[in-house]
Design a protein around this ligand. Sequence first.
Ligand SMILES: [Mg+2]
Length: 266
Amino acid sequence: MLLFDIDGVIRDVAGSYRRALAETVHHFSGWRPDPGLIDGLKAEGHWNNDWEASLELLRRHGHQPLPAFERLVEVFSGFYFGGDPEGDPSQWRGFIGSEPLLVERSFFERLGGAGLAWGFVSGAEPPSARYVLAQRLRLVDPPLIAMGDAPDKPDPTGLLQLARALAACELGPQAPPVAYLGDTVADVLTVVRARQACPHQRFLALAVAPPHLHHDPAARQAYEQRLRAAGADAVLPATTAVVAALERLLPTEPEPLLSAPWPPRP
Ligand SMILES: [Mg+2]
């Protein structure tokens, strides 16, 4: 089965989440962190949550006093959604409106056609994750673990939860291999920790550099090196290369596996 991170893998968030992070820091401090600094923070492996990452950048920049967390979330949300996150997406006026997709709907049809179960494990807020999957990609009831459904990555709880639901059996030698494709060190570490939690289950950590690095070969190479050092089994040139990578890494044809009902029934 193939599980995906969303931001940087399914959609380009350089002009949305990452921009909202920079603008939120600027709003409070008058200082705007550059993309390389945000990448450096993310490379530490535990700043997956962009609200906490914003606060951490303010802290490291020496900004005092730090804003209340709720206030920071409100400002961030204003930049990102520009409207009520729980409301009608057509009313949103924020950066979320400018997120290039990195795959098309037909990509998922091909995965299904190849007998691969697929789903999403993301730290994005549920309305944002649902927006890209259901509205933009028109996927019907996509299996999804989003922010609040499980602890933040690199905690593997969400990944294991979705893998179990899609395998419809206990994880272990009898379950199909679980591949997870993400774009950060935290994503790779999530798989490393899942492996520690379930040593008899086969896991693959696949990684791809986020699109904002694709036009900067030196930065991309350094970033990909950090993904490998964290434990990535393969670094892909693009999300669409994932099926070819799986065929290379799992040379025997994986057992066709149909999706279990989602959400899982008790
Ligand atoms: Mg991501």
